[in-house]
Design a protein around this ligand. Structure first.
Ligand SMILES: NC(=O)c1ccc[n+]([C@@H]2O[C@H](COP(=O)([O-])OP(=O)(O)OC[C@H]3O[C@@H](n4cnc5c(N)ncnc54)[C@H](OP(=O)(O)O)[C@@H]3O)[C@@H](O)[C@H]2O)c1
Length: 197
């Protein structure tokens, strides 16, 4: 499976580090062009490379890792998703558009509506960056990794990849119901817990 990131900052680098350590190829991108992240991919090693967002988005599983106010323009330039998996790591926080302006829609449904054809999985947003980056196999147990989505096969693929990396993935439900539990300020947000093996 090929992996890509839209955004190449803290969360993209943490996720990419886990993926390349597990032997996967990852293509990272940002809005300023591949030349601006050559140092990042060099640090990640030979399985990482820099490309345009359009190219990174052709991967089988793509991580959306941009600040919430940039979600609209980050997705606007990307064409047909054709069933590829888009993992939404963003947190809507307090930046516009505010969550309350979304009505009943959760922030990942807002993302999904802007990525037609993508099978969206919400994940990683509940964890502080240092827990995304750390080795998920802690002395006390494996880091819980909540995820939500409406497509069972996309969720199974996500689960398998990050279970193999050492997280303890937990299906929180649909984008609407699980996504709501995972949003900033909800019960699963910033819940750093481990599963005893
Ligand atoms: N940091 C945390 O603790 C944490 C934890 C969980 C979830 N999150 C969420 O994860 C997301 C990323 O956070 P982060 O801490 O990784 O942010 P970050 O370090 O600021 O990185 C954001 C990345 O997005 C890129 N970007 C901005 N606009 C873009 C666009 N239109 N197209 C492509 N790339 C674009 C930025 O590069 P350019 O500006 O150069 O394009 C940068 O590489 C946010 O939504 C955040 O709320 C953060």
């Amino acid at each position: 499976m090929r992996f890509g990131t839209i955004g190449a900052g803290t969360i993209a680098q943490a996720v990419a580090h886990h993926l390349v350590t597990a032997g996967h190829e990852v293509t990272l991108s940002n809005s300023r062009g591949p030349d601006t992240i050559l140092d990042v991919v060099t640090r990640l090693g030979p399985l990482a490379r820099a490309a345009t967002a359009e190219e990174a988005a052709t991967a089988d599983m793509v991580f959306l890792t941009v600040p919430w106010p940039r979600v609209g323009d980050a997705l606007a330039g990307l064409s047909s998703w054709d069933g590829r998996v888009l993992v939404d790591t963003t947190n809507s926080g307090f930046a516009p558009p505010a969550v309350e302006d979304l009505g009943v829609e959760t922030s990942s449904e807002f993302v999904a509506a802007r990525a037609p054809g993508a099978r969206v999985v919400k994940a990683f947003n509940t964890l502080y960056a240092q827990y995304v980056a750390a080795d998920p196999r802690h002395a006390e147990g494996r880091q819980l990794l909540f995820y939500a989505g409406d497509d069972d096969r996309a969720k199974a693929d996500f689960h398998a990849v990050f279970d193999d990396i050492g997280f303890a993935p937990v299906d929180a439900g649909s984008l609407r119901d699980g996504g709501r539990l995972m949003q900033v300020g909800s019960v699963l947000s910033a819940l750093h817990a481990v599963k005893l093996d």
